[in-house]
Design a protein around this ligand. Structure first.
Ligand code: NAP
Length: 330
């Protein structure tokens, strides 16, 4: 039986994962039966949500199993096909990442839509992170022209897309990020103001940046960022709760100082998962294609080389070592 090198979950982390939680070893590739394809992965995605898949808990995506290969977003080329739906040489995106090769029914692999972009963008601005920004901002938070929008983790993959979409739609944007270099890039993306949350309390920075308050908060961080957004919310503010990376390793925050603003300011908060909006993915491709073509939305990647780099690339998300989308190139 053919095999491929794949990262396996070797133990479950407590707090921040370490290299010991992962093991790179051969995994079997299923024999190619009628209707199946084999794909050589070229780009692998690491994403913060994978941290919760390392825990043994029920969630919206199944946990990784101990001793089994891990999964995640990937882009690759079909190298062998026994399906009429996919030809050898075609580029596909799929969820059998964390490994060099993948094989399975053709239905597990998606042809990339006919939009002229580099392949890795199907994991970034035209993939999960771009779509999350688009639907979170425009559908969940109902953000519109003239709104003042606060985006946390604004120099990351989802955040940088959210900042640029908000600017393309005529909003005033405040972003937060860790460090002056990241903040300078957030301003380059068009943000009207960037808060370095490592240099000052985020609530102080936000109050100064938005003296009249915010209409929308796009939350990637939770914790003190969410508390600051409570404090700064205008009446009828809308919060799209996308992620809470501050809590993924540390657990939930002990308390929110300003949470009672939810009542006084009539804040509407809604969590979402980007797959909720897959039936509307055509709208996203149409708009994002236009923004990329016009130069209104730019992408940036932090790229690590080789399958060996996967665990460190993943852990670097929690250390803030990425600007834009973190990817591993095989
Ligand atoms: P990312 O922002 O590209 O990378 C993570 C960034 O988070 C880091 O670069 C770091 O930037 C920041 N960070 C890490 N620990 C932090 C902390 N304790 N406090 C504040 N900032 C911290 O990752 P992404 O893929 O775009 O994901 C962003 C968020 O969206 C995550 O919470 C993720 O779980 C969520 N998400 C949700 C969905 C959904 O469907 N709901 C889909 C995709 C992603 P700094 O250097 O600026 O701290």
């Amino acid at each position: 039986m053919a095999t491929t090198r794949a990262w396996h979950l070797s133990s479950r982390p407590v707090g921040l994962p370490t290299a010991d939680n992962f093991e790179l070893k051969e995994a079997p590739l299923p024999d190619l039966e009628e209707g199946m394809v084999r794909v050589r992965n070229e780009w692998l995605s690491v994403d913060p949500y994978m941290r919760s898949r390392m825990n043994d808990v029920k969630s919206y995506v199944p946990s990784f199993q101990l001793g089994e290969p891990m999964e995640g977003g990937a882009v690759g080329k079909v190298v062998e096909s026994r399906s009429p739906h996919l030809e050898e040489g075609e580029t596909v995106f799929h969820m059998l990442g964390w490994r060099e090769e993948a094989a399975g029914p053709a239905g597990q692999f998606n042809k990339v839509p006919p939009i002229p972009v580099e392949d890795h963008q199907w994991l970034g601005n035209l993939g999960l992170t771009g779509a999350t920004a688009y639907f979170g901002l425009l559908r969940v938070a109902q953000a519109k022209e003239g709104d003042t929008v606060f985006v946390s983790a604004a120099a990351g993959a989802v955040g940088s897309a959210a900042v640029q979409i908000a600017k393309a739609k005529g909003m005033t944007v405040i972003g937060s990020a860790g460090g002056e270099e990241k903040c300078a890039w957030v301003r380059e993306l068009g943000a009207d103001c960037a808060i370095d949350y490592k240099a000052q309390p985020v609530v102080k920075g936000l109050m100064e940046a938005a003296p009249k308050g915010i209409d929308v908060y796009f939350d990637n961080v939770g914790g003190e960022h969410l508390d600051a957004a409570f404090a700064a919310a205008r009446n009828n503010a809308r919060f799209a709760i996308c992620g809470m990376i501050d809590n993924y390793n540390a657990g939930p925050p002990p308390a929110f100082r300003y949470i009672m603003r939810v009542i006084a300011a009539r804040i509407a908060m809604k969590g979402f998962i980007y797959t909720d909006f897959l039936p509307e993915i055509g709208d996203f491709y149409r708009d994002m294609r236009g923004w990329i073509a016009s130069g209104q939305i730019k992408s940036r990647e932090t790229v690590r080389d080789g399958i060996e780099a996967m665990p460190e690339a993943f852990l670097d998300l929690f250390r803030g070592a990425n600007m834009g989308k973190m990817l591993v190139k095989l």
